[in-house]
Design a protein around this ligand. Structure first.
Ligand code: FAQ
Length: 333
């Protein structure tokens, strides 16, 4: 089940009696944030800020790791050696992103084991998008174009997140994500420009299935997003869910035209007054169903992660035994 948030304590910030020292520390923290300063791991921070970061960063890390599964499914069936090599590199990059992010979250005092346990026991969330199946090779291109495209839109502002270790991890991740997006778009362009009628239909079918879930990646509408206001005050999130979603839609329209695919939304049209595209209603009931554990692949994804963790026990044990042996040797030398 995937119904619970990261178990990092009660949602409401408890209000213990604050000493004058605490109040001064908090004021100084707020002033630093207000002044655009970045917070480092050893700096004082309010407990709620710490918990919010652990929640977001660990969920982000889990998303990268679970996100390897839908694409990993196609590594053995990539159509050419070149596409296989690119896909392998991409999936490995996602593993690396997960590791940077777990490391960033660990600087906040939560261990990797605790985070992994929260994922495996269903207490932690991961992105809704990875609970959808990859039915054809075109899905791999569309994941690069739309899913990585949405991820970049959301993650570039995180390179300016007020928590410096997260911001630093995001700089590297965003560089790699931009390669991911371009490889997906390139694979689709090849199919659309050089492919058969059947391949073009396959691309359109994949776009039809992934478009709306990609819009959901940005999270609930601002007025229904419990975390946005505070996260923006703290400079964790720099742009709201709805504003990022709108930027993504605006960018995708032109890219779809170049590709020659139709975005599956009859209400999608340019609004000159707003200077943005209007778009149809998102099925938020579907989003919450998927987040609540009832998407097409939730059970399969979690089972795959738990199995990978269990199968890797001997590797972790061997690495620890090796490290102990090395330490003993060094002490003896
Ligand atoms: N799926 O109040 P908000 C990728 C939850 S990485 C599931 O708006 P917040 C790379 C949210 O956690 C993709 N749950 O929350 C890749 C909260 O629940 P909680 C992941 C979602 O945190 C590509 C509740 O709803 N990216 O794609 C989702 O302020 C290809 C209320 O929401 C990140 O994690 C969702 N889509 O804003 C890998 C980026 N949306 O925790 C492989 C960093 C919301 O209170 C292949 N994260 N929820 O119980 C963020 O920017 C934010 O956390 C948001 C959500 C924007 C995702």
């Amino acid at each position: 089940m995937y119904t619970q948030a990261m178990d990092t304590g009660p949602k409401e910030e408890r209000q213990p009696l604050r000493s004058a020292d605490d109040a001064a520390l908090e004021q100084r923290f707020e002033d630093r944030i207000e002044g655009g300063d970045f917070i480092e791991a050893k700096d004082w921070m309010p407990e709620h800020y710490r918990r919010t970061l652990v929640r977001q960063i660990s969920q982000h890390a889990h998303s990268e790791i679970v996100g390897m599964l839908p694409e990993g499914n196609w590594v053995t069936r990539a159509p050419t050696l070149k596409r296989k090599a690119i896909l392998l590199a991409k999936v490995q990059d996602e593993a690396g992103h997960g590791l940077y992010l777990y490391a960033a979250a660990e600087t906040l005092g939560t261990s990797r084991d605790q985070m992994v346990d929260a994922l495996h026991s269903g207490r932690a969330k991961y992105s809704s998008i990875f609970n959808y199946p990859t039915l054809s090779w075109a899905d791999i291109g569309v994941i690069g174009w739309l899913v990585d495209g949405a991820a970049i839109m959301n993650q570039v502002p995180l390179t300016r997140c007020s928590y410096a270790p997260y911001a630093r991890a995001m700089v590297r991740i965003c560089r790699e994500e931009s390669f991911h997006q371009r490889q997906g778009y390139d694979a689709l362009l090849t199919m659309m420009e050089q492919g058969t009628e059947g391949q073009r239909a396959m691309v359109q079918d994949a776009v039809d299935r992934w478009w709306w879930p990609s819009l959901m990646m940005f999270g609930p509408p601002d007025e229904e997003s419990p975390n946005t206001a505070q996260s923006m005050r703290w400079g964790i999130k720099r742009i709201s869910n709805d504003d990022l979603r709108q930027k993504f839609v605006d960018a995708a329209v032109a890219q779809a035209q170049v590709l020659g695919v139709t975005l599956p939304d009859p209400l999608l049209r340019w609004n000159a007054e707003r200077g943005h595209h209007d778009f149809g209603a998102i099925d938020w009931a579907e989003f919450w169903r998927v987040v609540g554990g009832h998407g097409p692949c939730n059970k399969e994804r979690l089972a795959a992660r738990v199995k990978a963790w269990d199968d890797g026990t001997w590797v972790r044990e061997a690495a620890l035994a090796h490290a102990r042996k090395q330490a003993t040797k060094e002490r003896a030398a």
